[in-house]
Design a protein around this ligand. Structure first.
Ligand SMILES: Cc1ncc(COP(=O)(O)O)c(C=O)c1O
Length: 405
């Protein structure tokens, strides 16, 4: 008789965003006259930039003619996109990478979930708390953790690194030595960033203890401060200890178009075994390439017009971030994030739990955010608002929240 992968049974019930959706649906049904503003899920709202639309149209036309039709894309990505990435995201920052260290995919969620496959189940992972849930859940599914402790809201066998107000929402080096360290900066959900020097400490640590850092830089485009690194490879020695994940979702609005990439440097080796070769093997076996038209759209992100248009798009969202940050601050809330990231992390008032504040905001202001506790136990007492709404909705939401105090 067959057996299921019972690691899946360790995962606690409902997914955060489906619980939110259910609560919002129930509220709207009871109050059909209320207009609800959603600043919860981290999805973009601005349309694709004109340079990207042009590239898509052109590529679609090419697909309609035998001479320019494209079938299966190369597993690891088209050369035109991989070299645009090398030039646009790395050479421009003084980092030398070769095209075959870039692996194009359909987004960072899959990559951040799949990357653990090339590591032994004996490895111990360390994650920030609160955390983007994919890192933990995919390791649970693979069997790299123990059981879920419902009281502590933590999995056994995982090193949780608290990111709280006292440490500026930046993890400290763990007491127990991990093998795989997941870091995400600028951070989802806290919106915090770390400096180049802080990241260098992690790189030095990983090289010293023989750990690999899986560095999720999905929000890199939102960095505004000079001392915040845009890529982990700005740190010395990162090529021997770090894998970097990137997404086109937040810098270019590809949440529905789907494109991302992973960097696995050739210098990253365990003895004679190259992680670059392992990831190439995995990618080639299990992935059949991102669509040609989408890769052409991705190439347009690096064109002069594309860069100019996307700078404006990021600035639009960051204006929202500022509106939320300053509005809440003036209303007496304790807020962080929003400077190098499109997320604002606020402390719930009057000792409310994250979910109590969610209900309060939904009922009294008709504004939807995300309870911090959904990202891990150290998120309790916090709440996340995103800057990805329209400017008008953002202003209206903050006015409504201010009117409550
Ligand atoms: C930290 C982080 N990594 C990765 C992703 C997923 O990105 P993608 O749309 O490329 O799958 C998200 C999406 O919200 C995210 O917050």
């Amino acid at each position: 008789m067959y057996k299921v992968n019972d690691n899946y049974l360790k995962l606690p019930g409902s997914y955060l965003f489906s619980t939110i959706a259910k609560k919002v649906a129930a509220y709207s049904q009871e109050h059909p006259d209320r207009s609800i503003i959603r600043l919860g899920i981290g999805d973009v709202t601005q349309p694709l930039a004109p340079a990207i639309i042009d590239a898509l149209h052109k590529a679609v036309d090419e697909m309609g003619h035998a001479e320019t039709f494209h079938g299966y894309a190369p597993d690891l990505g088209y050369e035109f996109l991989r070299s645009a990435i090398v030039k646009g995201d790395y050479q421009s920052r003084g980092v030398e990478l070769s095209v075959d260290e870039i692996f194009v995919s359909d987004g960072a969620k899959c990559d951040s979930g799949n990357i653990q496959e090339i590591f032994s189940l004996d490895n111990k992972i360390a994650v920030c708390d609160p955390v983007y849930p994919v890192y933990v859940d995919t390791n649970v599914m693979a069997g790299r953790t123990g059981k879920y402790n419902a009281e502590k809201e933590m999995f056994e066998g995982v090193i949780y690194m608290p990111c709280v107000e006292e440490n500026g929402f930046a993890p400290e080096l763990p007491e127990e030595t991990p093998d795989l360290i997941y870091l995400c900066f600028p951070n989802n959900p806290t919106g915090s960033a770390i400096t180049r020097d802080q990241l260098q400490t992690w790189v030095d640590y990983a090289n010293r203890v023989g750990a690999v850092i899986i560095y999720d830089a999905a929000y890199e485009a939102y960095i505004s401060e000079e001392e915040v690194p845009h890529t982990i490879y700005e740190c010395e020695g990162a090529k021997t200890c770090a894998i970097e994940l990137k997404s086109f979702s937040k810098n270019a609005g590809f949440t529905g178009t789907r494109l991302g990439y992973t960097v696995v440097p050739k210098e990253l080796k365990q003895g004679d075994v190259s992680l670059n070769a392992l990831w190439a093997r995995r990618h080639g076996t299990k992935f059949n390439g991102a669509p040609y038209i989408v890769q052409r759209a991705g190439e347009a992100v690096y064109s002069e017009e594309g860069k100019e248009q996307l700078k404006k798009q990021v600035a639009y969202y960051m204006k929202n971030a500022k509106t939320i940050y300053e509005g809440l601050k003036s209303a007496g809330y304790s807020v962080s994030g929003g400077i190098n990231a499109p997320y604002i992390w606020l402390k719930t008032p009057d000792g409310m739990t994250s979910w109590e504040f969610f209900d309060y905001l939904l009922e009294k202001a008709n504004v939807v955010g995300t309870p911090g506790s959904g990202f891990g136990p150290h998120g309790e007492g916090y709440f996340r608002l995103t800057a990805f709404g329209s400017y008008e909705n953002t202003v209206a939401a903050i006015d409504r929240i201010k009117a409550l105090s």
